[in-house]
Design a protein around this ligand. Structure first.
Ligand code: ZN
Length: 389
């Protein structure tokens, strides 16, 4: 059992100063002043002067590593436990990417199982960039039904020179099969869609919503801020009720100068200013994914790597640069992804929910991270690490 005393709770809504009691990996009680009987064995964590938010959910991480664009030497390394928890991430959704060949679904599931054994919550998407989708059981629907780790399909690439150039009908079949898998298994059945730089933008998604019975809640288009024209369309999509996923950036000052990427805090501010619900945006990291830079004619110029640290960095920018209240900004990496991914006990500080927590200073520096009741980070340093970290 753990008792966090006098901590300022953002659940994500602002609850004020509370005591939080954790037992059996769950949040048991939230109250003003909790008195624990003396004979109870409780670890007390002093939250005075600190804030507590739900643990962060990163819905798009290349946990096996990514890359290989530009050649085999550019393959990026796997995610590590402490590389996630150090930055507040207690739930991660893993995906393949451009390379669904050199890395496959068995390896992805093995990595997910490893992260689970190490103490955090992990899921994944079946498939990769390619359509037809390479699955484990031979069917997208069946993969989602019988493979506990899979909650959807992705990242399916459209509007990108690296995509498999799926036709509209092929794309639609992937969406339908994923939706059925979700319905039959009680999971999200979400289609995580990688959007590239092409002027076709989100056209296929908008057409699917307009022409079929598949609702916008089935889609999680990502990288919506990769260029200004795409983001304009993403804003219109959100006005129709769709949730859009921003890709955070560790070195945002660099990328906004070499591309017309939209700064996450600017994008979220614009959505709020245009009256869009604060439920309709998420931020993910594209962690361990390669960030290749191509010239206008598709020539490979150079490469960087996505990092999970960007989630907190982007939220900090929202608060400190754009004056977006923390209780709104933090939804992008807690309650909103939990809702979209149907993770029913995640993303909120609420009695009965999983005890996934980030305890931070007022200026949003991480002190303590708790995953399913276990302290993973203390005084900003990981105290639980994988065997080879
Ligand atoms: Zn992508």
């Amino acid at each position: 059992m753990k008792l966090i005393k006098n901590v300022n709770v953002y659940a994500p809504e602002k609850l004020g100063k509370k005591d939080l009691l954790i037992a059996g990996g769950k949040i048991c009680q939230i109250s003003d002043n909790l008195d624990i009987p003396e004979n109870w064995e409780v670890e007390v964590i002093d939250g005075e002067g600190l804030i507590a938010t739900p643990g962060f959910i990163d819905s798009h991480v290349h946990i096996l590593g990514g890359g290989g664009e530009g050649g085999f030497a550019n393959r990026t390394p796997e995610a590590t436990l402490s590389g996630l928890t150090r930055w507040g991430i207690t739930t991660v959704v893993g995906c393949l990417g451009t390379d669904g060949y050199g890395r496959d679904l068995t390896a992805l599931i093995s990595k997910i199982k490893g992260l689970r054994e190490q103490g955090i919550t992990a899921y994944g998407y079946t498939g990769s960039y390619q359509v037809p989708v390479r699955t484990l059981t031979g069917s997208i629907t069946q993969d989602i039904m019988v493979v506990d780790e899979f909650i959807g399909t992705g990242e399916i690439a459209i509007s990108d020179h690296r995509s498999s150039q799926p036709t509209y009908d092929e794309f639609l079949r992937v969406c339908a099969d994923t939706r059925i898998g979700g319905i039959l298994s009680g999971k999200a059945g979400i289609i995580n869609i990688h959007l590239g730089d092409s002027p076709r933008k989100m056209d296929m998604i908008l057409r699917a919503i307009e022409e079929t019975e598949i609702p916008s809640t089935q889609f999680l288009p990502t990288h919506v801020n990769r260029n200004a024209a795409l983001f304009d369309q993403a804003v219109e999509y959100a006005k129709l009720g769709g949730t859009v996923d921003f890709t955070g950036n560790e070195d945002i000052d660099y990328w906004v100068t070499v591309s017309d990427e939209v700064r996450v805090c600017d994008g979220i501010k614009r959505m709020l200013d245009e009256g869009i619900s604060s439920d309709l945006f998420t931020i993910s990291s594209d962690g361990q994914g390669s960030l290749p830079l191509f010239s206008a004619d598709g020539q490979f110029l150079g490469i960087g790597m996505g990092q999970s640290s960007c989630l907190l960095k982007e939220v900090r920018e929202c608060v400190q640069r754009e004056n977006i209240p923390l209780e709104i900004a933090i939804k992008a990496i807690t309650a909103n992804p939990a809702r979209v991914l149907c993770l029913d006990t995640k993303g909120q500080i609420k009695e009965g929910f999983d005890a996934d927590l980030c305890i931070m200073t007022e200026d949003l520096n991480i002190q303590t991270v708790i995953a399913k009741g276990q302290v993973m980070v203390k005084d900003g340093e990981p105290v639980v690490k994988g065997m080879f970290e």
